[in-house]
Design a protein around this ligand. Structure first.
Ligand code: PXP
Length: 238
């Protein structure tokens, strides 16, 4: 059974909408752990649009499960990772104008820069995962860098406009996944996975970890709203 890494970035997105102290992603992480999360994933973006430095440091102290820090190949963030020491660092591309991580890292074009960051992290025993598109050439380039893991970007599968497109994307994911396992890489997957589409991805042979954020946080808002209103109503009534 694949491990479930719960990405709590969007708890921080709600907090940052008011630049206040609630909801606290650290509190959310503890609840996710109680719910059975095998890992907590956060993306400390260079623009700090959701997760803040303080969140990463407190998460390191609070959670018992694996901490997976998503990060750009940027020295400022690498230095924080080396200080906080997550079990895993997932290197992702980052563009300021994007809404979310829109594509995988291009390992072939940026090999040397990525390699420098990989070495820095591995020297401190932080396991490195590269977030890449489901492309066998990118898997091979990742394996050549000597990383421990890759995370295949499942966004194109999740957002496919038709069932035929979804099937074609699924086949690419399976082929890239097979190549990764053959090269001895730990196989992670994530992006755009939902309660509707996760079963197909979770069923793929060799998948080690799924990282899921938006759909879980969206569902949490819905399943928790009725109780939250009831509790406020009770306070108002009293
Ligand atoms: N994996 C990576 C590398 C990501 O960047 C993200 C989004 O932050 C996710 C997984 C989770 O994607 P989603 O929020 O669509 O579940």
């Amino acid at each position: 059974m694949p491990f479930l890494g719960v990405n709590i970035d969007h708890v921080a997105t709600v907090r940052q909408a008011r630049i206040t102290n609630e909801p606290d992603p650290v509190h959310a992480a503890v609840l996710a752990e109680l719910g059975g999360a095998d890992g907590i994933t956060v993306h400390l973006r260079e623009d700090r649009r959701h997760i803040q430095d303080r969140d990463v440091r407190l998460l390191r102290q609070m959670i018992r499960v694996k901490l997976n820090l998503e990060m750009a190949v940027a020295q400022e963030i690498v230095d924080i990772a080396l200080d906080v020491m997550p079990e895993q660092a997932t290197l992702v591309p980052e563009k300021r104008e994007e809404v979310t991580t829109e594509g995988g890292l291009d390992i072939i074009s940026h090999r040397d820069r990525i390699m420098q960051t990989v070495v820095q992290l591995q020297e401190r025993d932080i396991s490195v995962s590269l977030f890449i598109d489901p492309d066998v050439a990118q898997v091979d380039a990742s394996a050549d860098l000597g990383v421990e893991a890759i995370e295949l970007h499942t966004g194109a599968f999740a957002d496919a406009p038709t069932a035929a497109h979804a099937d074609a994307e699924f086949d690419r994911i399976v082929a890239a996944g097979q190549a990764a396992v053959q090269r001895g890489l730990i196989l992670n997957m994530g992006h755009g996975l939902t309660y509707r589409n996760v079963h197909r991805i979770a069923d793929i042979d060799g998948v080690h970890e799924l990282n899921i954020g938006h759909s879980i946080i969206s569902h949490a808002v819905m399943v928790g709203l009725e109780r939250a209103v009831r509790e406020m109503k009770e306070l108002v009534r009293r």
